[in-house]
Design a protein around this ligand. Structure first.
Ligand SMILES: Cc1cc2nc3c(=O)[nH]c(=O)nc-3n(C[C@H](O)[C@H](O)[C@H](O)COP(=O)(O)O)c2cc1C
Length: 173
C-alpha cells in the first residue's frame, strides 16, 4: 500500500485531543493541500483561515454555544482549526470546500495529525453572535462556512471509533 492509500484508509474522525500544538509549518502544508483541491469551474473563490490560538478557538466555540443554545460546546478541544469559507454566491462553494476539507484531513493524517469535520456553522454564519467573530478572524461578510477542520493530536485515552462499513460497491463490465 502506498503512503496516500495508507493515510486515506487510516484516517478517522477524532473527538478528543491533547494540548500539544500543531506546528505552523504543518498547518501551512495543510492549507497548501486545500489550495490544490478541485473546484467547480476552477472558481477558487475560497479563503482558508487558520486559527491556532486556544483563546480564539474558545471565542468561536462560545459564540456557537450561544447561537445554538448548547452550553459547553468545545469542538472536542482541538489545537487548531482551518476554516474554509467561500463566496455565498458561488454555486459550487459547498462542494469546493468539501473537497478542500478532505484534502486537509488526508494530508493531516499523513503528518500524524488527527482531525474531525465540524459542521455547526452551516446555517448560522449570519447569526448576530457568529458573524462578528468571523469578521474578527478576517472572514469576509459575503462568505459562508460550510465546514471546519478541527485538528490536533489524538488523546490516546480515546478509543478508536468503531468503523461502520456501509455503502454498496458494484462493478459493471
Ligand atoms: C458533511 C459532514 C459533516 C460532519 N459533521 C460533523 C460534526 O459536526 N461533528 C462531528 O463530530 N463529526 C462530523 N462529521 C464526521 C462524521 O461523523 C464522520 O466522518 C463519520 O462518522 C465517519 O467516521 P470517520 O470519519 O471516522 O470515518 C461530519 C462529516 C461530514 C462529511
Amino acid at each position: 500500500m502506498n503512503e496516500v492509500m495508507n493515510a486515506i484508509l487510516s484516517r478517522r474522525s477524532i473527538r478528543k485531543y491533547t494540548d500539544k500544538p500543531v506546528p505552523e509549518e504543518i498547518l501551512g502544508e495543510l492549507v497548501d493541500a486545500a489550495l490544490h483541491a478541485p473546484s467547480g469551474m476552477c472558481g477558487k473563490t475560497w479563503n482558508f483561515t487558520v486559527v491556532c490560538g486556544k483563546d480564539a478557538i474558545k471565542k468561536l466555540c462560545t459564540a456557537i454555544s450561544e447561537a445554538l443554545g448548547r452550553s459547553g460546546y468545545d469542538m472536542y478541544g482541538p489545537a487548531a482549526l482551518i476554516i474554509p469559507s467561500n463566496l455565498k454566491e458561488n454555486r459550487f462553494g459547498k462542494e469546493d470546500n468539501a473537497c478542500a476539507l478532505q484534502n486537509i484531513f488526508i494530508a493531516a493524517q499523513s503528518y500524524g495529525v488527527s482531525s474531525v469535520w465540524i459542521n455547526q456553522l452551516q446555517g448560522i454564519c449570519d447569526s448576530p453572535v457568529i458573524r462578528p467573530v468571523l469578521r474578527e478572524f478576517g472572514i469576509p461578510d459575503d462568505h459562508v462556512v460550510y465546514g471546519i477542520a478541527a485538528l490536533g493530536y489524538a488523546d490516546p485515552s480515546q478509543p478508536a471509533p468503531v468503523y461502520k462499513n456501509a455503502g454498496k460497491v458494484r462493478y459493471v463490465r
